[in-house]
Design a binder for this molecule. Sequence first.
Ligand SMILES: [Zn+2]
Length: 421
Amino acid sequence: MHTTPHPYYRHTDPAACWTTHRNRQDLTFWTSVTPDDDADIDTTTSHLAARTSLSTTTTLTWLSIVQLLRHYPVLAAHNHDLGLLDHPRLRAIEHALIAVDDPDIITEVDKHLTTFLTPTKAAEALPGPTTIRRFLTPPPHRTRHPAAEHDTHPRALGIHFRTTGTGHTQIQAVLAADDALDIHTILRATATAEDTTLHDALLGLLRGTMHNPKVVYNLYGPDGDTPTYLAGAGYLDDRQARRWAERITHTRTMDPPAHTTTLTYRPTEEIIRAVKGRDGTCRGPEDCGIDAEACDVDHVLNHTDGGPTTPSNLQCLCRRHHLRKTRGDLNLVMDAQGVWSWTYPDGDVVVTHPRGPLSRPGTLFAQSFMQRRAQRVNKRRTRPDPGGDNPGGGTTLLNNPHNGQSPPRAVVGRGASISRV
Ligand SMILES: [Zn+2]
């Protein structure tokens, strides 16, 4: 008789029980030494750093994690049950949520993040720090939590110059992800057009000896609403979304490409957008978190073996995971429900999920709840695509047939590409 396997995270199986044991022990220790929220955190940090021989930064992060978890009891209990989260994952959560002080948002985040960190399939890969950070981004409001006064993360936006004294100057820029993507995209396009380096492209643009090339961006969002996700940068807050909405030149419905097949080996631009929008990051078995925009689009079943060029047979893989699959270090099998499982040479199996803006509803939490924007799931907008695959700019509008059928999924309906002129 066939039975459905119990869902669990891959790292909690018996072979890796030391991980869950260590995770619980870490939190048990730090919980026992973390003072009340209003205690003198500097003195406590200094004292504990001396006792543990850890850096003050690491010590302070642990204290902040424990203080944060006190406000997220559902997550804390879930984490204790499964021994789930290690220091990098807890740090990602602490970093993303430290500024959240609205009790209603905290309650909702507590519930949704716990759901997000609950396995739905057997042998599932535990979300990595990058995936967790993506899920929780953007923070809803930048109101300051008392603990944030001690936050050591470099959040202040700005550009800083530091002369090294060795004939070089270091420039550090801390930018919003969408601004950084803008700069990176323009620099790469300029470097390609001028056949030069990013360094020379930057100087050429600033000095006026080179000109802004035409570049294309891809946005995803609900039908009839502002965009919510910028490919290569992640979810947008309201201010960013409004700004990018003004730059949209094409809108495109994403459902037809999701079911389109092309006879060629290389997928069409529409199919690529459907695959990257669905996966969000590399689908490799360790949840490396590398953005889909930096990934190859790989045939699950090789094209030469009859694998069709269609989203259901395509996935995003970073270069490292793509090479391992090509070399045969890892095998990929797909079940009748379309779930892909990685198989190691010893038969061990790991399952990964797509996490892009076109994937399952839970992924949309970051934009659907954190931004507190009304979702208009029943409104369909159709406009013919005059520009096809949008080779050098233009506008495409895409529509989603899930509208009204399954509201959470309907939010993924619209994808848009925009171009700079
Ligand atoms: Zn990867």
